[in-house]
Write a protein that binds this ligand. Structure first.
Ligand code: SF4
Length: 342
């Protein structure tokens, strides 16, 4: 068990002297704090920094992001992945503009009702921006708490995560935002997954795993499910005007992003032409292979070039392709095509 006052004092003191000067720590603007937390979900700090700075320049406040064109927003998000995050964020920001006069609600109940706001984002924004006594439990925090408490439960279980959130909310001090950030910072810089720097740890005296010499055994995480392996053929269908056929994705996690037509490997070129309503030459030229690893899937893609004289509304001039939002998986394939064609 943690000795609360001593623990909080040591952790907060360490945080104040050692925190990294991250750009979203230089502001008290709830919108900017919220934006940073949306970006930081599933993405490392080092990757997020340039995106955060770009977004703050282009969309400095609620109104500018609410009014942004979705395609431009997706293009600016390109490369960060998990595109639902930015679509949900824009929907939530529009709700803040329309229902709260463009002021981020300082009431957890209202904030938690916004699209895309789950326990982590809600806890992080409401504690950091407004000091509400809420926990923000991410992977770093789970690791730190599991070691501090020598907790051998499976940290991937939702019930365990919920319990840890309640445990933190029992001890969270009035400086709730700093406390949450301090736990995350400790996990990111000291209590790391491998080779934690226990010797430099400000809460070593409170750490049960350290006392029991079981740090390396924690946290317990049940084996991740094996990723689904999917095999696709991806087609660069060109016409005589130097245009390539792209599709805008609908009803998937990549909704709103553009993709080259992709099909299961056993789909014949004839049936692809039929489905697209165009005539294609059937001697597709192989231009290369690519692999992309998502959280739960691995895509193995083979790229082929086809030619058609048929019209289709999805044709886009090649020089305009770079302005359209495209997932990283598709970009990899597209680069193969570019290097093949100079
Ligand atoms: Fe983590 Fe080591 Fe500190 Fe315990 S003593 S909280 S294991 S860094």
């Amino acid at each position: 068990m943690l000795k609360i006052s001593e623990f909080n004092h040591n952790l907060l003191g360490w945080y104040q002297s050692n925190k990294r000067a991250l750009p979203w720590r230089q502001t008290q603007d709830p919108y900017r704090i919220w934006l940073s937390e949306v970006m930081l979900q599933q993405t490392q700090v080092i990757t997020v920094i340039p995106y955060y700075e770009k977004f703050i320049t282009r969309y400095p406040d609620i109104d500018s992001l609410a009014d942004a064109d979705e395609e431009a927003l997706l293009k600016d998000w390109e490369g960060l992945g998990y595109y639902n995050r930015i679509r949900n964020f824009q929907a939530a920001v529009r709700e803040v503009r329309d229902s709260y006069g463009s002021v981020v609600p300082d009431q957890p109940e209202a904030f938690f009702k916004l699209k895309g706001v789950g326990p982590y984002i809600g806890g992080a924004v409401q504690s950091i921006a407004f000091n509400h006594l809420l926990a923000a439990v991410d992977g770093n925090v789970l690791r730190v708490i599991s070691r501090l408490d020598a907790d051998r439960r499976d940290m991937t279980k939702a019930s365990v995560q919920k319990d840890i959130k309640h445990r933190i909310e029992e001890i969270i001090p009035l400086e709730a935002g700093d406390f949450n950030q301090a736990l995350m910072e400790l996990g990111a810089t000291i209590c790391t997954p491998r080779a934690p720097k226990c010797i430099m740890c400000p809460v070593q005296e409170n750490c049960e795993a350290y006392k029991e010499s079981i740090v390396a055994e924690l946290p317990v995480k049940k084996k991740a499910k094996q990723k689904n392996e999917l095999y696709y053929n991806v087609y660069f269908i060109l016409n005589d005007r130097g245009e390539v056929l792209l599709r805008k994705q609908e009803g998937t996690l990549l909704q709103g992003m553009y993709e080259l037509p992709k099909y299961d490997v056993d789909t014949s070129i004839e049936s692809i032409g039929e489905e697209l309503g165009i005539d294609v030459d059937t001697s597709g030229v192989h231009i290369g292979s690519s692999k992309h690893v998502f959280t739960h899937q691995v895509w193995y893609m083979e790229g082929y070039m086809l030619h058609t004289r048929s019209p289709h509304p999805g044709f886009v001039p090649l020089r305009e392709v770079e302005n359209l939002p495209m997932s990283r998986a598709m970009q990899k394939l597209y680069r193969l095509f570019e290097s093949e064609n100079g």
